[in-house]
Design a protein around this ligand. Sequence first.
Ligand SMILES: NC(=O)c1ccc[n+]([C@@H]2O[C@H](COP(=O)([O-])OP(=O)(O)OC[C@H]3O[C@@H](n4cnc5c(N)ncnc54)[C@H](O)[C@@H]3O)[C@@H](O)[C@H]2O)c1
Ligand SMILES: O=C(O)C[C@H](O)C(=O)O
Length: 332
Amino acid sequence: MAQPIRVVITGAAGQIAYSLLYQIAKGDVFGPSQPVILHLLDIPPMMGVLEGVVMELADCALPLIHGVVPTADPAVAFKDVEAAFLVGAMPRKQGMERKDLLSANVTIFKVQGQALDQHAKKTVKVLVVGNPANTNALVCSRYAPSIPRENFTAMTRLDQNRAQANIAARLGVNVADVKNVIIWGNHSSTQYPDVKHATVTKGGASKNAYEAVADEAYLKGEFVSTIQTRGAAVIAARKMSSAMSAAKAAGDHMKSIWQGTAPGEWVSMGVVSDGSYGVPADVVYSFPVTIKDKKWTIVQGLPIDDFARSKMDLTGKELLEERAEALAVCQD
Ligand SMILES: NC(=O)c1ccc[n+]([C@@H]2O[C@H](COP(=O)([O-])OP(=O)(O)OC[C@H]3O[C@@H](n4cnc5c(N)ncnc54)[C@H](O)[C@@H]3O)[C@@H](O)[C@H]2O)c1
Ligand SMILES: O=C(O)C[C@H](O)C(=O)O
């Protein structure tokens, strides 16, 4: 059996972690033969709750768990970790936009960037889930200069999963038959879910999903706004933000990094932009990427029409505004 890897989950006493820990511990993310030592970080008032989570992990009797380290100390939490799920942050309430969380949450990611820089393995792969996820990931990478910037990614996989599930339902196929829907930009209500390059397998043949849906008004209107506002719809219904689906998406995202993407498939994630597709550089922008040997590459050369262009520019503009606000908060 492989040597265990150390994996940190922040916000470990919270909602998302409650679903995510089980996925990681039973091998869904790093593989069925990869033991893990789980580092669980939360804040001091949550240590009692975290103790209960630790008891439950023990009671799951999962052979891949080779250790559990509950702590409120970032220096302990980030020590020698090879993968980091940065979940711990305040979730939004009904009526808020995700960027309303910026001033409350961004300093968490400054502190954790510094702790990663000092204590984590230099190869650590960092997934930021806490909102506003894209800008938090940018801040985290800036405060961890000894770790390559490409090791920091933000989660838009939940948006991709939502979009693929929506299209599958529309076409009456299984969700596994819809591939390559793209999320461009910010994990916010300006994101652009794009079906133009997606495929669907129906009756044994692979087709373009946009053409298969054959309803441009839907794909440019209701579909886009449904995916953009899905998080708010879940909050309105549950009175709490998405957790089970967010945890599943976090597992999917890290699994893609660890195990790579299948030939002909890509996934969407927020990465530090190099200006590809004419979007702003140096913001964490969601692109379609392929992954090999734990390294992502932006899929290049996709044709962008005027509609997509305007949506991609709008979400890029929002990320520039968030970056300015976040860096001002961090300097205070
Ligand atoms: N990117 C996405 O697609 C996506 C999806 C769903 C939720 N989210 C975001 O994920 C975050 C967590 O959501 P949740 O439902 O688990 O919230 P939650 O309130 O249930 O749990 C958050 C946990 O983080 C802890 N925490 C706060 N500050 C911390 C710090 N400095 N260090 C370590 N832990 C800290 C809290 O004590 C709490 O236990 C929120 O910001 C939410 O908006 C993102
Ligand atoms: O929308 C939220 O605030 C939570 C999360 O980002 C989501 O998309 O469900």
